[in-house]
Design a protein around this ligand. Structure first.
Ligand code: ZN
Ligand code: ZN
Length: 650
């Protein structure tokens, strides 16, 4: 008998040779039907692998990440089989599961595949799937494996096997198809009920552009047709919410090939939006004791040699700018921290002066390959809502908590509730990778862990994810597609104070090193606005909307009254414009809806006579308008603003 420990801690006895499927059966038939993958003692196994020793077993269904991985990995085998049958002579390379589906990189030789062929391939995959083939793992010697692919004249698989150790090579068989594989399959192909090819793209063998270009076929599969339909709808929604599309429609930002790739141009409405975000944060930061500083966009190369950035990013960054006569070398600023260290160094400080908190909306430049650029999320020039806090080690704990408060305030004011926090600590096995004393590291790590716990953050702890100079806390939010983005970050740093020889005089009259905190609640203005656009689909919180209301006149006759209403709204600090064009009201409303303007204020004869406005909300098609006075409308706007935007409390 062997003992099988389940994730809930319960231990069950079975005969040696029991399979994960049998264990599921012993719990319930329903579970056994849904189990599609398993892991035993941390290693992926097949659902029919006989278990011969005691150990811990985890059973996975489609709802688990591991279950999906097995599902998609197995589907990629079926795709490979279908492609091989449809296009004889093609050479298969690798086909892993990815976050959403899987791909297979194929050398199609004389064949080519385009979207016209997708339907044929999909039908073939589903036909094979319906035959309910089981996946069977078997070991092979290196010589056997090499001989098999030599016969197929497949140099890619041959190269893969050459790099494997004899005795570790396994194959997976299903139907008439065999592939080099490490295992982790669903019970049989029959549970693949929906399958779709998403796209084809070029991909170099092993990601190296010196190698042959292959065709990467992206696919996705599901256990139910309904799941595929929902997934495709989600993708459509994500397309509608794509910040690049919305940025254009709402006239927020643009790119110009003449100005250069990856360098966003902020249009008036986008600039106003940024400015509003900046003012919002500046106001909270002022309350939290930050001081604004301003530093130049370039710095001497030597500055970044001192900071260590040159050694780390120099080669990948922009090249130095040389002055014509003096032989000086400058770099575009990749980070604000070195400049802020030099601001700290302008004066001697005593422990009584600390903490010093320097904040700057600092624009930085980093080289990204043109292929990596993406809207506002991957750019070459961006503005960080940066700040550096210089404090004594004893102040670290409370300073860290204050920064968390500020980050949470920013998130709640902007309606981000779907976020999590990652505590990134040292890799305990590899302490030599990090600089600073053990004592300081422990202090800093404990400060972060305690602060996150005291603030009731939903956190995951990751060992080995700390920066070499200190631990950090990263805030992640999910966008419309369910992708995770890192926004705010708080980092503790012992490195730069050392490199820039920062000191303060302690109560013992000796010089000490301050600790430095880097923090940016937004991360960068560009990325933050991109995520905000995709999260809200352009329906920002009312306090942030570039235009909160538009006054639509029923005809040109009411121009004077419309202007009077505008004046009154301005007195109430409501941002509005007038649309007095000689257009039908229906058309004016439709255009205002596209612009996502929260309120449309319609004025005509009745309204002028009574000194009122007829209020229609964005997206309220079919509902009747509400007639009210300007004062009542101003109160309504204020109430709505107050719901999300609270005053920051220190
Ligand atoms: Zn496999
Ligand atoms: Zn910094």
């Amino acid at each position: 008998m062997i003992d099988i420990t389940l994730p809930d801690g319960s231990v069950k006895k079975f005969d040696a040779g029991v399979t994960p499927h049998d264990v599921a059966m012993s719990i319930s038939e329903g579970l056994a039907r849904n189990v599609i993958s398993a892991s035993f003692n941390g290693t992926t196994v097949e659902t029919k692998t006989p278990l011969t020793t005691s150990g811990s077993l985890i059973l996975f269904t489609w709802n688990d990440k591991e279950g999906k991985k097995a599902f998609w990995h197995s589907s990629s085998h079926v795709l490979a089989q279908a492609l091989q049958e449809l296009y004889p002579g093609i050479k298969l390379t690798i086909g892993p599961a990815i976050d959403n589906g899987f791909y297979y990189d194929v050398d199609f030789g004389d064949h080519s595949v385009s979207d016209k062929d997708f339907k044929t391939i999909e039908d073939k995959v589903l036909a094979i799937a319906r035959e309910k083939h089981e996946f069977t793992m078997r070991s092979a010697t290196k010589a056997e494996a090499l001989a098999m692919y030599a016969a197929e004249e497949n140099p890619y698989k041959t190269e893969l096997i050459t790099n494997l150790e004899d005795g570790t090579i396994t194959f997976c068989d299903h139907a008439t198809f065999t592939d080099l594989c490490r295992g982790g399959h669903i019970p049989n192909t029959g549970i693949i009920k929906a399958f779709k090819i998403m796209s084809v793209a070029g991909a170099y063998w092993r990601g190296d552009e010196k190698n042959k270009q292959l065709t990467r076929v992206y696919g996705i599969s599901f256990p139910k047709q309904k799941d595929l339909t929902e997934y495709l709808e989600l993708l459509e929604e994500a397309k509608r919410r794509d910040h690049r599309k919305l940025g254009k429609e709402l006239e927020l930002f643009a790119f110009s090939q003449k100005v250069g790739q990856g360098l966003p141009l902020w249009l008036p409405k986008g600039a106003a939006l940024r400015d509003r975000l900046e003012q919002f944060l500046k106001k909270a930061q002022k309350k939290a004791g930050y001081e604004q500083v301003v530093t130049p966009h370039i710095g001497q190369k030597e500055l970044y040699v001192t900071s260590g950035h040159y050694a780390k990013y120099g080669a990948d960054s922009f090249q130095p700018i040389h002055t014509p006569n003096e032989g000086e070398e400058f770099l575009l600023k990749p980070m604000n921290c070195p400049h802020h260290c030099e601001i700290y160094n302008t004066k001697p400080w005593s422990y009584k002066d600390l903490p010093k908190r320097y904040a700057e909306f600092g624009t930085v430049y980093r080289y990204e390959q043109s292929g990596e650029l993406h809207g506002l999320t991957r750019v070459r020039g961006f503005t960080q809502d940066d700040a550096h806090i210089f404090c004594t080690p004893d102040q670290l704990d409370s300073e860290f908590k204050k920064v968390i408060d500020l980050v949470l305030y920013v998130f709640s004011s902007l309606g981000f509730d779907n976020f999590s926090a990652q505590v990134s600590l040292r890799d305990k096995e590899n302490r030599e990778k990090y600089i600073g004393t053990d004592e300081n590291w422990e202090k800093a790590e404990n400060a972060i862990i305690n602060a996150a716990r005291d603030k009731n953050l939903d956190t995951v702890v990751e060992y080995g994810e700390a920066a070499f100079y200190g631990p950090k806390l990263d805030f992640m939010v999910k966008d419309a597609l369910g992708r995770q983005w890192q926004l705010g970050t708080i980092q503790v740093d012992y490195n730069l104070p050392e490199r820039f020889d920062l000191t303060y005089k302690g109560s013992d009259n000796e010089l000490h090193r301050p600790v430095m905190i880097h923090r940016a609640p937004f991360g960068s203005m560009e990325r933050f606005i991109a995520i905000l656009l995709e999260n809200t689909a352009g329906n920002f919180p009312l306090w942030l909307m570039p235009e909160q209301a538009i006054i639509l006149s029923l005809s040109e006759k009411y121009e004077n009254y419309a202007k009077k209403v505008l004046d009154l709204l301005e007195n109430h600090e409501i941002r509005a414009t007038v649309d007095n064009r000689n257009e039908t009201i229906g058309r004016k409303i439709r255009e205002a809806e596209v612009q996502k303007l929260p309120f449309m204020l319609i004025v005509g004869e009745e309204e002028e006579k009574n000194g009122t406005i007829s209020v229609r909300r964005h997206g309220d098609a079919g509902k009747s308008n509400q007639t009210m006075t300007i004062e009542a409308f101003a109160a309504l706007v204020q109430e709505e603003v107050d719901k999300t935007l609270k005053t920051f409390q220190v």
